[in-house]
Design a protein around this ligand. Sequence first.
Ligand code: 5GP
Length: 307
Amino acid sequence: MADSTKKTTAAPPEVDRVAASRAAVAARRARAAVKAAVADGSRSPLDVLREAYEAPEGVEGRLRGTEFLTSIPAIGATKTARIMDELEISTSKRLGGLGRLQRRRLRQFVADWVASHGGTGDRLVVLAGPTAVGKGTVASYIRRHHPDVRLSVSATTRPPRPGEVEGEHYYFVSDAEFDRMVGAGELLEWATVHNASRYGTPRRPVEEAIASGDSVLLEIDIQGARSVRRAMPEATLVFLLPPSWEELVRRLVGRGTESPAEQQRRLETARVELAAVEEFDHQVVNVDVGEAAQKVVDLMRPRKGRR
Ligand code: 5GP
C-alpha cells in the first residue's frame, strides 16, 4: 500500500519534467520562429511588439528585448546594447515584462527605425478618442488647412445628419451594402459604434495613398484603431483627449445632435474608451482645435529631428 502510494507520487514529477522540458523546447522553437520572421522581413517588428504587449505571457511576450532587437535587420549586438541603454531597459527584460514607459519608448524607437528603413512609417495616422472629444472637428480642420493630408472617408450604415455630404463626410450605405463590403474584404477595419450603426474604412484608398507616398489620416473609433494596428502595425495611433471629463460631458450635451438616451449611451462608451489611452503612441489634448490639429499633422511629417 505504502509502496504503491510512493510509486504514484514518484511517477508524475518525472512525467512533469519531461513535459516541462518538451514545452520549453517548443517555446524556444516558437521564439526562434518569431525572430527568424523578423530577420527575413516577413513579419514587422511592430507586429511582434503589439502581440507581446497584448499577451505578455505569449511567445512574443517571452522574448527578451535584446533577442528581439538583434533579430531586426541591421541591428547587431553592439547597437542593441546601446539602444537598450538609451531606452533605459535592462538587458534581461522580456518584452511582456516591460513597464508602461519602457513599452512606449521601445515602440517609438522601433516605429522610427521601421520608418527610416523604407516602411510606411508616419504615413498612416489614426486619430481616435472618446466620443464627443472633437475628433470630427479636428479632422475637418485638417481637411481645410492641410490639403496635403488625405482623409479617409468611411462607409457607414447611419443615416446622414443635416449638412452631411455623401462621399465627403461618409459613404452612406445600406446594411446589405455594408455586408457586401465586409464579405468582399473591401474594408481595412470596421466596427459597430455605440451599439448602433456600423462604420468601416475602405481599404483601397488607404493603400493607394500610402503606395503613392501620401499621408493618410483615419478618424475612427477605438475598436477601429485596434484593428488597424493589427492590420497595419506601422500605423501611428493618436489619442485625442478632452481637457477634462466635465468638458467632455458639456461638449456631448451641447452638441444637441443626439437624443438624451443616445447621449447617455455615448457617455457610457466614452468612459470605457478613455481607459484605452495607454495603448496609443501619442496623446493630444484638444483644448484648441487649431493647435490640436497642428500637433496631429506634425506627427505625420518626417520624423527627422524629432528624436
Ligand atoms: P458619428 O456618427 O458621430 O459621425 O461617428 C461616430 C463614431 O464613429 C466616431 O467615434 C467616429 O470616430 C467613428 N467612426 C467613423 N468612421 C469610422 C470608421 O470607418 N471605422 C470605425 N471603427 N469608426 C468610425
